[in-house]
Design a protein around this ligand. Structure first.
Ligand SMILES: Cc1cc2nc3c(=O)[nH]c(=O)nc-3n(C[C@H](O)[C@H](O)[C@H](O)COP(=O)(O)OP(=O)(O)OC[C@H]3O[C@@H](n4cnc5c(N)ncnc54)[C@H](O)[C@@H]3O)c2cc1C
Ligand code: SF4
Length: 531
C-alpha cells in the first residue's frame, strides 16, 4: 500500500457512512486514512457499462465484479451471500469507492419519534438509547450535506430547519394517484429525496430521465463518492482496493491497527488512534467476527455475543396492475410518492408498521417481456407495449422488522478469492411482519380496485429491501448490545461503528438519512475526543 500507514483516524468503507465521517474529521484537521475494498470508478465508466449491459434488470451490472471484493449478484443469488436456513436473504450492495448510494433511489426519510420508543410505546422490539430529539439536529445537517429536496408539509418527524431544497415537481401520474387515493382516505405524500431540484453542491438539477437506479448519468442524485472526493480534498488519504480483514487490539482492549489486503493478497498494517468501521450491515459484522485472537476469541466488539445478530430489513411486498386510464409512469425520478397512513399506531403492538410507495420506474422492460412471452410480434406488439406502458402501475411496501437474535450474519466455511470467509446468513420472517403483510395485500387489492385494475399481480414474497440493519446493535447494556449511544464499541474505547448496523429499530422507512445523521454525530464525538 503506497503512502502513509498511520493516522489519527482510520475509517473502513467509503460509502455514505465512512465518507461523511472521513470528510468531517479531515475538515476538522485530523489526519484520516479511508480504506476501501473496491476500485474507484468514474461516473462515465458506470454509465457506459450500463449502456453495454446485456440485462438491464440487473441494477448491479454496471458495477464490475472484482474478485478481491465480491458482492451480492442479484441475477445469481447465493454466489456471494450464503443462505443458511429456510428463508433466503439476498440484499444488494456495492463494493467500490462511494459504496451503495451509486445505485440507490434517493428516498431520504427521517424516522418518526415513536420509532425510537417502540418498546416503551408498544411493548415490542428495542428502544433506541436516546430519543428522536437527540438526532434531530443531525438529521438537519445530513439533509444539508446530502442535499435533500422535500415537501413543505408535516411528515410526522418534527424539524428545526427547512429542507435545503424545494421538492421536485410531481408527474401527472403522482398527482392523479394522490387525487384518486386521497378521495378514498389514503394519505399520499411527496417523498423527501436526496436529489437536486436546483443546482446544489456542484451537482446539477434532476432532469427527470428516470435512470436513477442503476446510475444517475448526470449526478443530480446524491452519491457518497462525492464525499469521498471531498474527504480527499480536505486531506484524507483514500486507499482503494484495500480489503480490511483483521482488527487488532492490544491487551487493554484498545484497537491499534487494521490489517488489509491488496488485490494480490499482500497485507498492510494501518495504525491509528481512533477506528471507524463503516463497511455496511453485512461486511461490518463480518470484519468484527473475523478479528479473533486469544484475548478476543469471539471477535472484536463481541463480548455480548450480539455481533451479527438482530439482522433486520424492511421486507417488501408489491402489486402491479393495468389501470383503467393512461398515467404514464416513468416521467421523472424512479420514485416520488408514498402512502404514510400505516407508519404508526397502536396496531404496532401486534403487527408491523409499514410504508407503501408508488413506483415511477418505466415499466417498459417488464411489459415487453410479458408480451413477448405471450407470443406477440410486429405491429400488435408495438401497439400493446405503448398501451400497457402507459397504464402499468406498481406499488411497493416496506414492513418494520423486529430484532431477533436468531436472524444473523455469520462466517461461512466457504471462502472468497482472498481466502476470507463469505458472509453466511440465517434469516426468517415472523408473524409480526406476516400479519401486517396480509393487510398490505388487502390494501393493494383495494388500491387496484380504485383503478379498476386488470392483470393484477401481487408479489407477497417479502424479499429484501437492502436496508441492512441491527447487526452491531446500539444499546445502553453492554451485555446485550455492541455499541453505546455514541456508536462506540462497549468493549473497545477507540472503536466506532458507522452505519445501519447500529440501528436498534428501523421503523418503516429507508435507512440512509438516519445512517448519515448518525455518522455526522459520531464524527463530532471523535473530533471532541481527539482535542
Ligand atoms: C437498489 C437499492 C436502492 C436503495 N434505495 C434507497 C433509498 O431510496 N433510500 C435509502 O435510504 N436507502 C436506499 N438503499 C439503501 C442504501 O443504499 C444504503 O442504506 C446505504 O448505501 C448504506 O451506506 P453505507 O455507507 O452504510 O454502506 P455502503 O454504501 O454499502 O458502503 C460500504 C462500503 O464499505 C466497503 N467495504 C466493505 N467491506 C470492506 C472491507 N472489508 N474493507 C474495506 N472496505 C470495505 C464497501 O466496498 C463499500 O464501499 C438502497 C439500496 C439498494 C441496493
Ligand atoms: S431522474 Fe434522471 S437526472 Fe433525475 S436523479 Fe434520476 S437519473 Fe438523475
Amino acid at each position: 500500500m503506497a503512502g502513509s500507514t498511520s493516522a489519527d483516524v482510520v475509517v473502513v468503507g467509503s460509502g455514505v457512512a465512512g465518507s461523511l465521517v472521513a470528510y468531517r474529521l479531515a475538515k476538522a484537521g485530523a489526519s484520516v486514512i479511508l480504506l476501501e475494498a473496491g476500485p474507484r470508478l468514474a461516473r462515465w465508466q458506470i454509465v457506459e457499462n450500463f449502456r453495454r449491459a446485456a440485462d438491464k434488470r440487473d441494477l448491479c451490472a454496471p458495477y464490475p465484479l472484482v474478485r478481491h471484493a465480491p458482492r451480492p449478484e442479484p441475477m445469481n443469488p447465493g454466489a456471494y451471500l450464503v443462505d443458511r436456513g429456510a428463508t433466503p436473504y439476498q440484499p444488494q450492495y456495492l463494493r467500490l469507492v462511494g459504496g451503495t448510494t451509486w445505485h440507490w433511489a434517493g428516498a431520504a426519510w427521517r424516522l418518526l419519534p415513536s420509532d425510537f420508543r417502540v418498546k416503551t410505546l408498544y411493548g415490542v422490539g428495542r428502544d433506541w438509547p436516546f430519543p428522536y430529539e437527540t438526532l434531530e439536529p443531525w438529521y438537519g445537517q445530513a439533509e444539508a450535506d446530502l442535499g435533500v429536496a422535500g415537501p413543505d408539509i408535516d411528515l410526522g418527524s418534527p424539524r428545526s430547519t427547512p429542507y435545503p431544497m424545494d421538492a421536485l415537481p410531481l408527474s401527472w401520474m403522482d398527482r392523479r394517484v394522490a387525487e384518486l387515493l386521497g378521495a378514498q382516505s389514503y394519505r399520499v405524500v411527496p417523498e423527501p429525496m436526496a436529489r437536486n431540484s436546483r443546482p446544489y453542491d456542484a451537482r446539477p438539477a434532476c432532469c427527470g430521465n428516470n435512470n436513477c437506479m442503476p446510475i444517475c448519468p448526470i449526478g443530480a442524485l446524491y452519491h457518497a463518492a462525492s464525499h469521498a472526493d471531498k474527504a480527499e480534498r480536505a486531506g484524507a488519504a483514500l486507499v482503494a482496493q484495500a480489503v480490511a480483514y483483521r482488527i487488532e487490539a492490544n491487551d487493554r482492549a484498545e484497537i491499534v491497527a487494521i490489517h488489509c489486503k491488496d488485490p494480490n493478497g499482500l497485507s498492510t498494517r494501518v495504525t491509528g488512534r481512533r477506528f471507524v468501521i463503516a463497511a455496511n450491515g453485512i461486511e461490518t459484522p463480518k470484519l468484527l467476527l473475523m478479528s479473533t485472537s486469544a484475548r478476543f476469541p469471539k471477535g472484536i466488539g463481541n463480548g455480548s455475543d450480539q455481533v451479527g445478530r438482530n439482522l433486520m430489513d424492511h421486507p417488501a411486498a408489491s402489486v402491479s396492475f393495468l389501470a383503467n386510464e393512461a398515467l404514464w409512469p416513468g416521467r421523472g425520478p424512479v420514485e416520488m410518492s408514498s402512502i404514510v397512513d400505516f407508519r404508526d399506531g397502536p396496531f404496532r403492538a401486534q403487527q408491523a408498521a409499514k410504508k407503501l410507495h408508488l413506483s415511477n420506474a418505466a415499466p417498459t422492460l417488464a411489459v415487453t417481456r410479458n408480451l413477448l412471452d405471450k407470443g406477440l410480434t410486429g405491429g400488435e406488439l408495438d401497439r400493446q407495449i405503448r398501451e400497457q406502458c402507459a397504464r402499468r402501475l406498481t406499488f411497493g411496501s416496506f414492513h418494520e422488522q423486529l430484532p431477533s437474535s436468531e436472524n444473523r450474519v455469520m462466517l461461512s466455511a466457504q471462502k472468497d478469492a482472498l481466502g476470507l470467509p463469505r458472509p453466511e446468513i440465517a434469516y426468517s420472517i415472523d408473524d409480526y411482519v406476516r400479519k401486517s403483510a396480509a393487510d398490505t395485500h388487502a390494501q393493494f387489492a383495494r388500491i387496484a380496485g380504485i383503478f379498476e385494475g386488470t392483470e393484477i399481480e401481487h408479489d407477497d414474497s417479502l424479499g429484501a429491501s437492502s436496508h441492512i440493519m441491527g447487526t452491531a446493535i446500539m444499546g445502553r447494556d453492554p451485555n446485550d448490545s455492541v455499541v453505546d449511544d455514541e456508536c462506540r464499541a462497549h468493549d473497545h474505547p477507540n472503536l466506532f461503528i458507522a452505519g445501519s448496523a447500529v440501528m436498534p429499530a428501523g421503523g418503516s422507512v429507508n435507512c440512509t438519512l438516519t445512517i448519515a445523521a448518525l455518522s455526522l454525530r459520531l464524527a463530532g464525538t471523535i473530533e471532541a475526543s481527539l482535542r
